[in-house]
Design a protein around this ligand. Structure first.
Ligand SMILES: NC(=O)c1ccc[n+]([C@@H]2O[C@H](COP(=O)([O-])OP(=O)(O)OC[C@H]3O[C@@H](n4cnc5c(N)ncnc54)[C@H](O)[C@@H]3O)[C@@H](O)[C@H]2O)c1
Length: 296
């Protein structure tokens, strides 16, 4: 299914620092669905007692804090960065699990940053997930114009305007809901608002799910060049609901698939071979067939 594709690509993106945790409920099925090299646990970047402990937890596939009994999370990829370590949750329909998102919110104020295309599709759902049985949390949102040409300082100011007008303090959380453009803008805003606030990524394009939401790079364009202004800033978590891919235009899906193919070619031959066998199902978004037919 889509989760396998994204998790394998995420591991390929930053193999030295991240390790996947495959589903606890059906390990045999999961093992059959991905190339074996993508299942191996990756060593952390630097050795420290704390990180060694975290690695052991990952290796033993210990349950997360409060595992929902019927969780739709099919994969958790742990990114090991000492005190900035964070999980990437992947699965179909995981935006319907409010607990998953809420456990990473700090404070009682949330600012969702999204755009005019994604807001009508997912803003209501994300607001529900943030507030369900959680009356103390209030959610503001800022809806930016859609497009790479808006990844600039003028548009960034709209995020700061909203945050300041809403009197958000340092104990607030910024949530990026959208593709790579929104992730880059919201991440950079989170890194600099009040010298840094809590940040959650909900990437909704395949490109953002396999690439831009992983690694902590944020930034915007300057008239003289792309991505010239930015910062490295890690989120508290990345939440990838693979069902958001169902509304993605074909062209955007293909753009993300191209990134996945590149990762396979450069770093992971078995993953690349697996893609070759499943490309028709991937492009057709035929996730059910994709899940059962994968063999490497
Ligand atoms: N920070 C990094 O490490 C990194 C890495 C790679 C790319 N990037 C950046 O990412 C950006 C490209 O990201 P992108 O390809 O996601 O483009 P994008 O963010 O512009 O999204 C593409 C289009 O899809 C729409 N969209 C998003 N989710 C949707 C959904 N679920 N359903 C329907 N429509 C949806 C968007 O509104 C937009 O029109 C570039 O600015 C690039 O510089 C950053």
């Amino acid at each position: 299914m889509a989760s396998s594709l994204i998790a394998s690509a995420s591991v390929s993106t930053s193999r030295a620092a991240i390790s996947p945790r495959w589903p606890r409920a059906a390990p045999a099925a999961a093992a059959a669905s991905v190339p074996s090299s993508s299942r191996s646990s990756c060593p952390p970047l630097r050795a420290s007692q704390e990180r060694a402990l975290r690695s052991r937890i990952v290796a033993s596939a210990a349950p997360a804090k409060r595992p929902p009994t019927l969780s739709r999370v099919s994969t958790v990829v742990d990114v090991h960065l000492s005190d900035r370590s964070y999980p990437i949750y992947i699965g179909p329909g995981i935006l319907d699990e409010p607990e998953l998102l809420q456990r990473h919110v700090i404070g009682k104020r949330v600012l969702v940053v999204t755009n005019t295309t994604v807001a009508p599709l997912y803003l209501e759902k994300v607001t529900w997930a943030l507030t369900y049985q959680n009356p103390n949390v209030s959610v503001e949102s800022v809806v930016l114009p859609d497009g790479e040409k808006y990844k600039d300082m003028d548009t960034l100011m709209k995020v700061f305007d909203k945050a300041i007008e809403s009197r958000l303090d340092r104990r607030c959380t910024f949530v990026a809901l959208g593709g790579g453009v929104i992730g880059d803008m919201c991440g950079y805003a989170a890194s600099s608002f009040l010298r840094g606030v809590n940040f959650i990524q909900i990437p909704t394009t395949l490109m953002a799910q396999v690439d831009s939401s992983v690694g902590g790079k944020t930034g915007l364009n300057h008239p003289l060049g792309k991505n010239l202004i930015g910062a490295f800033y890690q989120p508290q978590c990345v939440l990838i609901d693979t069902e958001t891919l169902n509304t993605l235009p074909d062209r955007e899906l293909a753009s993300g698939v191209a990134e996945v193919v590149k990762l396979g070619l450069v770093r992971d031959a078995p993953f690349f071979e697996w893609q070759e066998k499943n490309m028709a199902a991937i492009l057709a978004r035929y996730w059910a067939r994709f899940e059962t037919d994968i063999s490497v």
